[in-house]
Design a protein around this ligand. Structure first.
Ligand code: ZN
Length: 448
């Protein structure tokens, strides 16, 4: 599963005349150590190859579309820490760890990219500590691509006594009550210090059910901050190694989403995210916004739907043209004993598993299903053994990452519509009312 820099260079060389690649070669990739070759030789080859590249803009990431099927897209993102196939799902490593798992396990499950969180790392252990440890990749022992979110959402939703103004967000730490202030400038500088391959603009998220004037106000502030973030980032040498994504806001109002899509795409970010979804709107509203925004996004840049990751949402959003996802859902619900199956989510504590000596899902290739029965998993949860949440997290992440691999294959084969129809005909989504109440409870308790 590991994609080495060697492989990245080969694939880039092989397709260096392709016009489907945007922003191909970064100096950091050129500096990357490649197995079996001296850095001087690599550098020379890159210089030679780079002269034939069109366009050559030293963008920190490359994005290549390899297949489309309807609006669904398959492609590849190339970063200074290797490449990742899209559509992709990023397991969430909020505190520089995917809870309960080693990064070897995360990689073996099929993850190529992970997401971490600038708010949490800023508060603990601190940006300077991560930076002095050699950056987040070295600090947490993951050498693949990393994306960090800016911390704006967490500062707003987790910090107590937060106050938001045009200058930024003042908040109190959820850990010790200390006072802090995030601005667009500081959010970018924090992410420069942390060192992820892809960083996010500082934005203001509002709950979709908010007053129209408040949604507009947050959107306009997000636009002003986006320009500040872009200017700060592009003036820094970090822009040679780190990609910056812009974020479209605007709640569930089509006219605001249209305005935001137009404004944000007028700034030449390395990729574009759809923010402000999965925060209380209905699924129908979420899909309508996703579809509208995707139509307005440039085809040659990656598209990232933030915080969305239930199985049915992944399948449906890929169909609308989304390339990247992250969500805490697979690991969060796993820790509560909720496991994905092809038929839908089940609770392993249910008495119907008490005597099931077969695996939970016979067809699943994860470590938990290959080695343990459903009855044993249930026992671990009933006995509150820590192996239970670990095995459940392994199963759920493997379910999601296998789903993404199957989606990619279906797109390449031109049968994604059929794959989606079959999946949705079998998979029973969690009841929307229950989903909403769970979401609200988590937001109130944890803020994320
Ligand atoms: Zn499994």
């Amino acid at each position: 599963m590991t994609v080495t820099a060697h492989k990245t260079v080969r694939s880039l060389n092989a397709s260096r005349n392709s016009e489907t690649i945007s922003g191909i070669v970064s100096p950091s990739i050129r500096r990357a150590t490649i197995k079996g070759e001296s850095s001087a030789a690599i550098s020379l080859r890159w210089r030679d190859g780079a002269s034939k590249l069109t366009p050559m803009n030293c963008a920190p990431i490359g994005f290549r579309l390899t297949a489309t099927d309807g609006a669904a897209r398959r492609g590849q993102i190339i970063t200074p820490h290797g490449s990742a196939q899209t559509p992709l799902f990023m397991p969430v490593a909020t505190q520089a760890t995917v809870k309960g798992l080693t990064f070897d396990e995360v990689r073996s499950l099929g993850a190529e990219t992970v997401l971490s969180n600038a708010y949490h790392l800023y508060l603990r252990p601190g940006v300077s500590r991560v930076k002095s440890a050699g950056g987040l990749h070295r600090f947490m022992g993951w050498d693949g691509p990393i994306l960090t979110d800016s911390g704006g959402y967490q500062a707003f939703s987790m910090g107590s006594l937060r106050r938001i103004s045009d200058e930024g967000i003042a908040f109190q730490s959820h850990i010790d009550g200390s006072r802090h202030f995030f601005t667009p400038e500081s959010a970018i500088l924090n992410q420069h210090g942390i060192g992820a391959d892809i960083i996010m603009c500082f934005d203001q998220c509002v709950f979709s059910a908010g007053e129209p004037a408040a949604v507009r106000g947050a959107m306009e502030r997000t636009h002003r901050w986006a320009q500040v973030c872009y200017d700060i980032h592009t003036a820094s040498p970090n822009s040679m190694d780190q990609a910056l994504f812009g974020i479209v806001q605007g709640g569930t109002m089509p006219e605001l989403r249209a305005e935001s899509t137009q404004f944000i795409t007028a700034i030449p970010f390395d990729g574009y995210a759809i923010g402000g979804l999965a925060v209380g709107e209905t699924k129908a509203e979420m899909h309508a916004v996703t579809e509208q925004v995707c139509v307005g996004l440039p085809a040659d840049k990656p598209r990232y739907l933030m915080g969305v990751g239930s199985p049915e949402d992944l399948v449906n959003s890929v169909a609308l043209g989304v390339d990247m996802f992250d969500c805490v859902l697979p690991t969060r619900v796993a820790r509560n004993g909720a496991l994905f199956t092809p038929a839908g989510r089940v609770n392993i504590a249910n008495s119907r598993y008490a005597e099931q000596d077969a695996p939970l899902d016979e067809a699943c290739d994860c470590h938990a299903c290959r080695n343990y029965s459903a009855a044993y998993l249930r026992h671990l949860f009933k006995a509150r053994e820590m192996l239970g949440p670990r095995l459940a997290s392994i199963h759920n992440l493997r379910f999601i990452l296998r789903l993404m691999a199957e989606i990619r294959e279906a797109i390449s084969a031109g049968r994604f519509a059929e794959y989606r129809a079959n999946f949705l005909a079998t998979y029973q989504p969690t009841d929307e009312n229950r989903r909403q109440s769970q979401k609200h409870r988590w937001v109130e308790e944890r803020g994320a």
